[in-house]
Design a protein around this ligand. Sequence first.
Ligand SMILES: [Zn+2]
Length: 141
Amino acid sequence: MTQVSPLILQARAAGERAYCPYSDFHVGAAVETDIGIFEGCNVENASYSLTICAERVALFHAIAHGAKQFLRLAVSCVSALETDPPESRTPCGACRQVIAELLPPNALVEIDGVGVWRVEELLPLAFRIPREPTPNSETES
Ligand SMILES: [Zn+2]
């Protein structure tokens, strides 16, 4: 039996709380930040395009609580079968773009039962606007 990281255990727990009445495919994520660990789970909607993945829920959850630095992310497809291909458990393209914006290129993304990748490996040539994001601050008048 292979050792499971504490962050993966938190992702699994979050996945158990997923709202996924349409797919019954539970996914959880946990992100370690400068102010602690934040969890997310997938949240589906009858209007399918409004569904949001566990990875983005975890990252947005952390931002809402004031996180500024994102250190490591874990993802667990709780409902995945051992026979499911690894690609069915990795973050989708939209999540990879959000991950690439918030985590440093060399930060690790651990995918339960699949492996560990650096952000820059999950999304090479991630889209970026040609200037630094403006930090949230009051503007001088
Ligand atoms: Zn996604």
